[in-house]
Write a protein that binds this ligand. Structure first.
Ligand code: AMP
Length: 176
């Protein structure tokens, strides 16, 4: 692993038994508050998608907002939020899914982007893949195309990649 990636991993803190017993939570807060690490992470996340024709970046609440909007700004693209229920005004579409630690739903605004737009989806951690898969479904249900996914890190042992095997997926850091 390149030195920059090793340094980034050092800034992702393992928090055992959070938010529930048995979950080893990856806290990216130390990385985000380090200006150099944050900038490095965003530019490395941009590299594999720089040649793609992307119209918008969609970020998944909440940490996907931070990395997704930074990446959108880096690539000079607009950003759209995929949010927890009840947060978005206007007409929304809802998708239910199973999370590593519970069940949840996500929403998108029906008119978020013009139909046929190419959308790249961003989140911090790929775990079981349920969140990512539902985000893709939402983007498709509003008539857009999912160009792929970019994650800061993936928990490989949870096999999330299989859930989104039909899409291009890029992960900066991996945990085996
Ligand atoms: P999943 O649907 O299981 O792939 O879960 C991915 C979503 O839950 C992402 O939005 C992550 O931010 C969050 N998440 C799941 N597991 C973890 C974990 N171990 N550490 C930090 N975030 C996690």
């Amino acid at each position: 692993m390149p030195a920059s990636e090793t340094n980034l991993k050092r800034l992702i803190q393992n928090v055992p038994d959070f938010p529930r017993k048995g979950i080893n939570f990856k806290d990216v807060s130390p990385l985000l508050r380090d200006a150099t690490a944050f900038a490095t992470a965003v530019s490395l996340m941009a590299q594999p998608v720089a040649a793609e024709e992307i119209d918008y970046i969609a970020g998944i609440e909440a940490r996907g907002f931070i990395l997704g909007s930074a990446l959108a700004n880096f690539l000079n693209l607009g950003f759209i939020p995929i949010r927890k229920p009840g947060k978005l005004p206007g007409e929304t579409i809802t998708q239910n899914y199973v999370l590593e630690y519970g069940e949840s739903s996500l929403e998108i605004q029906r008119e978020a982007v013009p139909k046929g737009s190419n959308v790249l989806i961003v989140d911090d951690i790929l775990a079981t893949g349920g969140t990512a898969k539902s985000a893709a479904k939402l983007v498709e249900r509003i008539g857009s195309k999912v160009i792929g996914f970019v994650f800061l890190a993936s928990l490989e042992f949870l096999n999330g990649r299989k859930e989104i095997a039909n899409y291009k997926q890029h992960t900066l850091l991996t945990y085996d």
